[in-house]
Ligand binder design. Structure first.
Ligand code: HEM
Length: 444
């Protein structure tokens, strides 16, 4: 049986492209080799990328025991720790997911319906006429406060302020392309003192760990089962032997939720703010639709607004923050897309390439929310949150938050762009994000 075409450029070149301009690399390979191709990246790995929805359906529908992803996420280990949901596989992964999913869905999720607009209003009321407004830091401040509230039930206090600042600094440090490249060159991760990248990283992490362990310690000491935050839930959890989670396990899971749960949403909100203010007709349609939404009586009704939903979907289609799903490592021989794979082969559902298929999304580079009103896409044609047993646990929560933040800002402020040139997507750690700051001001 034939194998997928192999990218012919040298492995070192492929790795450089993967680090510096991953979207360009993927598009180039898809143009040249089609829906499925294999590339070797440096001496690190050999991946097969998929962008045909039928093949992605096969990957997502194959029994979860046939693939592992945790082992492939080793580059996140330094930040998230061995016990992070993202690094687990098998039964341990399944158990932890069952514990972490409910707080981000249903009634528990809707209970943030008043809090998210309140945080948005507090952050944006500092915007002054005539002053430039830096959108990404504002979106990050909002999403960080929201996730801190969900995870710890914290909205104020010294530890909360310190945690906000330390997480911000750590993410700024780890998300540039150089920092991402250090994952492939372990020597650069070594601690040669406070000025070396490894040294800076260790000091930032030590500060965050101190804060997280102090909070875990205090909350164990005065455990309150009536609190509804996620830390309370994790503190109450017992494994099959009746043992509680250790401090290390708790720290890793909290860190995972804090990092995965705010950086991604902040990026998506930044893109959405740009599109909405770049395209006046989109903003106008949103404002008309939002006239029927009353945040005081029923904030959750925001989920029923079709055009706002379409704008959020299109934002996550055109530049999906997670541009690939997690790597799936085959655990046995498997056939996907008509090609044979053996144990340990590494397969990647390529979200960005699926979202840019002209047969699914005509004129894929155009921002056109209407496509989501005109037809429905299957979970293998539209997959900003991945799929199967590794699908993002925060998908519903992130969309809910995006809608509430955008609606609150649009109703309260009339903004305009300060720079007309379009923003471009570049790598930010394991995600893609705008290449420059988005600057706006309050319109006269
Ligand atoms: C717009 C915002 C977000 C986007 C675009 C996004 C995207 C993704 C993607 C593509 C994956 C990989 C799925 C796969 O491999 O099939 C993922 C996994 C994950 N996401 Fe999100 N995410 C977002 C927000 C959130 C939020 C708010 C949380 C916090 C609760 C979160 C927590 C996670 C976790 C813990 C995983 C790992 C799941 C597992 O391995 O079982 N994400 N996300």
């Amino acid at each position: 049986m034939a194998h997928p075409p192999v990218v012919s450029t040298p492995a070192a070149w492929n790795l450089l492209q993967w680090i510096v301009q991953p979207l360009g690399f993927l598009e180039h390979c898809a143009d040249r080799y089609g829906d499925c191709f294999t590339a070797t990246l440096g001496n690190v790995a050999r991946f097969t990328y998929f962008s045909d929805p039928a093949a992605i359906e096969q990957i997502f529908s194959t029994a979860s025991s046939q693939f592992e992803s945790g082992r492939a996420n080793m580059i996140l280990r330094r930040t998230l720790g061995d016990n992070s949901l993202l690094l687990l596989d098998g039964e341990a992964h399944k158990r932890q997911r069952q514990l972490l999913m409910p707080p981000f869905h249903g009634e528990r999720m809707r209970s943030y319906g008043a809090l998210i607009p309140a945080i948005t209003t507090a952050v944006t009321q500092t915007w002054q006429p005539g002053q430039p407004i830096w959108i990404r830091p504002a979106m990050q401040a909002i999403s960080l406060q929201v996730i801190l509230q969900a995870v710890f039930g914290l909205t104020s206090g010294q530890r909360y302020e310190d945690l906000k600042r330390s997480l911000y600094n750590m993410l700024e440090f780890t998300s540039n392309r150089f920092s991402f490249a250090t994952n492939f060159f372990p020597i650069l991760q070594r601690d040669f003192g406070a000025w070396s990248p490894g040294g800076q990283f260790n000091r930032l992490m030590a500060g965050i760990n101190e804060l997280l362990y102090a909070e875990i310690h205090d909350r164990r000491q005065s455990f309150d089962p009536d609190r509804s935050d996620i830390l309370t839930l994790l503190l109450a959890a017992r494994d099959e032997a009746g043992e509680p989670m250790s401090d290390g396990e708790l720290r890793d899971e909290l860190m995972t939720l804090l990092v995965a749960g705010h950086e991604t949403t902040a990026t998506a909100l930044t893109w959405a703010m740009d599109w909405i203010h770049r395209l006046p007709e989109v903003r106008q349609k949103l404002l008309s639709e939002l006239a029927s939404w009353d945040p005081e009586t029923d904030p959750s009704a925001i989920t029923k607004l079709p055009y706002l939903n379409a704008v959020c979907c299109e934002t996550l289609r055109i530049y999906p923050v997670g541009f690939i799903a997690q790597i799936r490592i085959a655990q046995a021989a498997v056939e996907i897309g008509g090609y044979p794979f053996k144990s340990y082969d590494m397969l990647i559902p390529c979200i960005y390439l699926v979202h840019h298929r002209p047969d699914l999304y005509p004129e894929p580079k155009q921002f056109r929310p209407e496509r989501f009103l005109e037809r429905q896409f299957s979970p293998y044609e539209y997959l900003p949150f991945g799929g199967s047993n590794r699908r993002c646990i925060g998908a519903a929560f992130a969309l809910f938050e995006m809608k509430l933040v955008l609606a609150t800002i649009l109703r309260q402020h009339r903004l305009e762009l300060l720079e007309s040139r379009p923003m471009q997507p570049i790598r930010r750690g394991v995600t893609i994000a705008p290449n420059r700051q988005l600057k706006m001001r309050l319109a006269a």
